[in-house]
Design a protein around this ligand. Structure first.
Ligand SMILES: [Ca+2]
Ligand SMILES: [Ca+2]
Length: 314
């Protein structure tokens, strides 16, 4: 083939190439075309920073077409989420969920608890174990990502409440002895922590668990009751590992040592002729005593010669 014929073929090829490139870029944004001294397409620059280089041999045949992304100036878009977006945690050991998007791919990432001191640059992955800064309260984690051409993303972050303090629970009225039924309320407090979640309780003396009844409204305590309870906060802390106890004792409960002592005291008062009207038990006892007096008149002695009425008083 003569040189002239080869030149015609080359021109035809160039026209085809230029047409194809033009067609492919018709729907794209701005592109800049560069030609060599032989008016051959040498390079196409796109507005996203990428470009295509074309090379030819000594007779005009195109040898290579290479897309070069080195001019990518667009940073990646990244995000970090702590513990799947949970509002609070009771442990500084957390899991970070990471996303990064870039036309040329994401390559590396870096983290910080204070947006000042950064961890070592590492290969980009989608999850990472991380340790929060010490101290309860709202705490942040910052992250940034680098694409394959070296562009760093803007710094992104997420926050979570670190709460390692257990909540406290209170019963009102507290443990005590009551003559009437009581309406007992259970209240939970978590200070500046994550906030109370639930209060669990039992009324049968068993140790409450998270499978026990959940407190909702005031409890009516009308008999001797052992009330045990504890609370959880929104960070998962369990308050009062030693369950609190709330007793309600009825005065007629003969199993209560305190009441027995009180009745004995009132009984002595009855013997002295006072306070008997305040105590049905005492009045009953006083009636018994009077009946005994009638049944055991003074002067009647037992086989040992002891006055029966005197022996009863001993
Ligand atoms: Ca990029
Ligand atoms: Ca707490």
């Amino acid at each position: 083939m003569s040189i002239k014929a080869r030149f015609k073929v080359l021109v035809a090829l160039l026209i085809i190439v230029i047409s194809m490139v033009s067609a492919s870029m018709a729907a794209a944004a701005v592109a800049t075309y560069t030609y060599d001294e032989l008016n051959r397409l040498k390079r196409v620059d796109y507005d996203d920073g990428t470009y295509i280089d074309y090379t030819y041999d000594e007779i005009g045949n195109r040898l290579t077409t290479a897309t070069n992304a080195q001019s990518d100036t667009t940073p990646p878009m990244g995000a970090v989420i702590i513990n799947g977006g949970a509002a609070a945690t009771n442990s500084p050991a957390v899991t970070l969920s990471l996303t990064c998007n870039d036309a040329n791919g994401c390559a590396q990432m870096q983290f910080s608890n204070d947006n000042a001191t950064w961890s070592a640059i590492e290969t980009y992955v989608t999850t990472k174990a991380w340790t929060l800064a010490t101290g309860d309260g709202t705490t942040a984690v910052y992250a940034r990502f680098k694409d394959t051409t070296g562009n760093w993303s803007t710094i992104v972050g997420d926050t979570i409440v670190l709460d390692t303090a257990v909540p406290t629970t209170n019963a009102s009225p507290g443990s005590g002895i009551f003559a009437t039924a009581q309406s007992v309320t259970l209240t939970c407090a978590d200070g500046t922590g994550s906030g109370c979640d639930k209060v669990y309780y039992t009324t049968d003396g068993t140790t409450p668990t998270t499978a026990s009844s959940v407190y909702a409204t005031a409890l009516n305590v009308s008999a001797t009751t052992t009330l045990k309870y504890f609370a959880t906060d929104k960070a998962g802390n369990t308050g009062g590992e030693e369950p609190n106890v709330h007793h309600r004792r009825h005065p007629a409960d003969r199993g209560d040592n305190h009441q027995r002592r009180r009745h004995r005291h009132l009984n002595r008062q009855c013997d002295l002729g006072s306070l008997c009207l305040r105590c049905q038990w005492c009045r009953f006892h006083a009636v018994q005593q009077r009946q005994h007096h009638l049944e055991q008149p003074r002067g009647v002695r037992d086989e040992q010669g002891v006055d029966l009425a005197q022996r009863r008083r001993q």
